[in-house]
Design a protein around this ligand. Structure first.
Ligand SMILES: [Zn+2]
Length: 422
């Protein structure tokens, strides 16, 4: 897992500041020079050949830092093309440094700092500020996180890229926590006991998120129409609002994923979530209104937070496809789109008449599905499990071709070939 930490630094002495400025401005010059050749280069390698030897003749920067500059420019290529090569905003550029060019050291007085060497015999040390951020950095190091790269930012702060490898966690826990990511609420969660087949708990997380998102969008639409009429103030407010909204969504997604992981920790459960691909497919099929709703779900951010939290706390994370999870009835096992046209949040089974909340039911379906996939080798065409005191057929949750494949595995196939169906 990777984490990036930005460390605050102490005010530099005049001499050091000059050196840092010198280094940064030389890097910017190299960026600009490389940028000039960009419109003609077809690949990153071509860009390298077009610029490298000239720059090396004129610049004091070492070879691998020049190459970092070229990589930065190549990555920015699309943005530049979009701006018709009118130039880069280099105000906020940063310089990536590998282990050869920096050292993490202590001064004689015991203050930690990064010593940066940017050319043979040219080096300066940046002392770190001993604040909360530094405490975090120290804690990571004591927990076994390592760093191979740092970046010197133009405001003289240091971004450290920290890495730690975690052992793979064992799957197949007794408790399964199924998550359905929905549009009305961020997630509905079912805690399912795989031994007794009982639902232990059902919970909602992030009900506030959708409401706030809706309010943001309404305000944005208003400001947008004013901005289109040329109101300068509206343009500014719009920019601020977008920023605020994105921060809010990020914060809440992080908090919610943390709460869910805490619940999983408490029960020693594994977490099951639907695949992103299927959400995209859903997006393609649904109406414009439906698409808007789905786009409002911060699925990507939420999933990212969930993945890193699971890794950090050693909780298994399983992904299943969304096939039939919203159409399957948890009472009789029938497959039907029992949603009311006016209220998508309610599912009413057309066969048995069960009325439930769609998201709750979907999260149960997701938990049950992962249990099925655990035992996929022993599946036959008729699979049912005990739910709500009755036998509920569950094979409809798997794609029929999968069931056929799985059945054939059950019979006379050699074990060697069975990997085809795993
Ligand atoms: Zn039913």
């Amino acid at each position: 897992m990777l984490k990036c930490l930005v460390l605050n630094t102490l005010e530099l002495t005049a001499k050091k500041r000059d050196m840092a400025e010198n280094f940064l401005s030389e890097y910017k010059r190299v960026l600009n020079e490389t940028c000039l050749e960009l419109p003609l280069a077809m690949s990153s390698t071509q860009l390298h050949h077009a610029t490298y030897s000239n720059i090396r003749k004129t610049s004091f920067l070492p070879s691998d830092i020049v190459q970092e500059a070229r990589k930065d420019i190549w990555k920015l290529g699309n943005v530049l093309e979009h701006n018709a090569y009118t130039g880069l905003n280099l105000q906020n550029c940063s310089i990536r440094l590998n282990k050869r060019w920096f050292k993490y050291i202590m001064t004689k007085r015991g203050n930690p700092c990064f010593k940066i060497t940017y050319s043979p015999k040219k080096s300066f040390a940046i002392p770190l500020k001993l604040d909360m951020q530094f405490e975090r950095f120290r804690k990571y190091i004591s927990e076994g996180w390592e760093f191979q790269n740092i970046s010197l930012l133009s405001n003289k702060r240091i971004a450290v890229c920290m890495e730690k490898k975690f052992p793979k966690v064992e799957k197949g826990k007794r408790y399964i926590l199924g998550i359905d990511v929905g549009s009305a609420i961020l997630s509905a969660v079912t805690l399912f006991d795989s031994l007794t087949h009982k639902v232990v708990k059902q919970l909602y997380f992030g009900r506030d998120l959708a409401k706030r998102q809706k309010r943001y969008l309404e305000r944005r639409a208003k400001l947008k129409s004013l901005a289109d009429k040329g109101s300068h103030r509206a343009i500014q407010s719009l920019r601020r609002l977008k920023c605020k909204q994105s921060n809010f969504v990020k914060t809440r997604s992080g908090q919610i994923s943390k709460e869910i992981v805490n619940l999983a920790k408490k029960y020693d459960a594994e977490i099951v979530i639907e695949n992103l691909k299927n959400l995209k497919a859903q997006r393609g099929n649904s109406s414009k209104e439906g698409r808007k709703k789905i786009n409002r779900i911060p699925y990507g951010k939420f999933k990212e937070f969930l993945e890193s939290n699971c890794e950090l706390f050693q909780i298994p994370l399983v992904k299943v496809d969304a096939y039939h999870t919203s159409k399957w009835c948890s009472h009789c096992g029938a497959i039907n789109s029992g949603h009311y046209s006016k209220n998508y949040a309610i599912y009413k089974c057309k066969k048995c008449g069960l009325v439930v909340n769609s998201d709750r039911k979907a999260s149960l379906a997701i938990a049950v599905k992962s249990l099925l996939l655990r035992n996929e080798h022993s599946l036959t065409n008729d699979v049912s499990i005990q739910l709500n005191r009755s036998q509920v057929p569950v094979n409809a949750l798997l794609r029929s071709d999968a069931v056929v494949d799985l059945c054939s595995v059950n019979h006379d196939l050699q074990p060697m070939e069975s990997h085809l169906f795993q």
